[in-house]
Design a protein around this ligand. Structure first.
Ligand SMILES: [Cu+2]
Length: 282
């Protein structure tokens, strides 16, 4: 009887400890951006969660209906995030300050860039696929191929084709390395930042076999990306739950001057390769 009791107790405490180890809870501060009771999600701009996640805008699962009635967009809140290896969800909201609902993004009137214009990415806070803050100084002295895309794009002729061509360009650039690596960075900026978190971008970049030294994926806040895209002449809009968009691919020289601007997907990786490498040789 005694050994049996002992084993039972050991099992009980190890389960207790194990359970405690696998379930983590965080208190998080944030601002509610959007409520989606139908999919039991809230989009929240949250502060950094030490030991777990950087500050970002992202969707969270909310299991209980009641919270959708207690908070509204614009509210500054404190909430509890529970994480287990299988799932995570948030609850126990406390409204710290009632906010005004955010106005839907309005189209910013900005001067559109064209070939010969200067384009700087300085001052636009963005995150890379590895979760790091995008550092614009890492582009110093480099040509940049910049394009807008999103990972869920369902149209084979749009983002998937764009990304395939950038893949071919990366290959050509790498093959060229023997003759001196061209100083160029390919940047893909998502137009769907609510879905395309750094984590999503990371697995996407892996699937593209992107070499992070050469080809990087960026996300940021929707208003920032909308304003940058709009300056580049790239439009995107929601249509029945899907994102529609126009295409823009730019080649920017190391001085920040736009050298090429493509408004469709008809360019070839050879075109871009020449525009970068031949110019470099001059
Ligand atoms: Cu697309």
């Amino acid at each position: 009887m005694r050994p049996f009791l002992f084993i039972t107790l050991v099992l009980f405490f190890s389960l207790l400890l194990h359970g405690a180890e696998e379930k983590r809870q965080y208190l998080v501060l944030g601002t509610i951006r959007e409520l989606h009771p139908e999919s039991r999600e809230m989009i929240i701009k949250h502060e950094a969660i030490p030991g777990y996640m950087d500050a970002m805008v992202m969707p969270f699962t909310v299991k209980e209906d009641r919270w959708f009635k207690e908070v509204r967009p614009g509210d500054e809140v404190r909430f509890s995030l529970e994480v287990t290896p299988k799932e995570d969800h948030i609850s126990k909201f406390e409204v710290l300050r009632r906010g005004q609902p955010q106005q839907p993004d309005t189209k910013t009137k900005v001067a559109k860039i064209k070939v010969g214009s200067t384009l700087s990415l300085a001052g636009i806070p963005m995150k890379e696929q590895d979760g790091r803050d995008f550092d614009v100084s890492s582009l110093a002295g480099r040509s940049v191929v910049l394009s807008f895309f999103f990972t869920r794009c369902p149209s084979p002729e749009m983002c998937p084709l764009l990304v395939a061509k950038l893949g071919a360009l990366q290959k050509a650039l790498k093959a060229h390395t023997d003759e001196g690596a061209p100083a160029v960075t390919l940047l893909c900026i998502t137009i769907d930042p609510l879905n395309d978190t750094p984590k999503v971008l990371k697995s996407y970049s892996k699937a593209c076999q992107a070499d992070p030294k050469l080809w990087r994926f960026l996300t940021g806040s929707l208003p920032d990306i909308r304003s940058l895209a709009s300056r580049c002449g790239a439009d995107f809009w929601e249509d029945g739950g899907l994102i529609n968009h126009t295409l823009r691919t730019l080649v920017i020289d190391p001085n920040g001057k736009v050298r090429r601007l493509y408004t469709d997907n008809r360019w070839t990786s050879e075109d871009l390769f020449e525009s970068i490498v031949i110019r470099e040789k001059r």
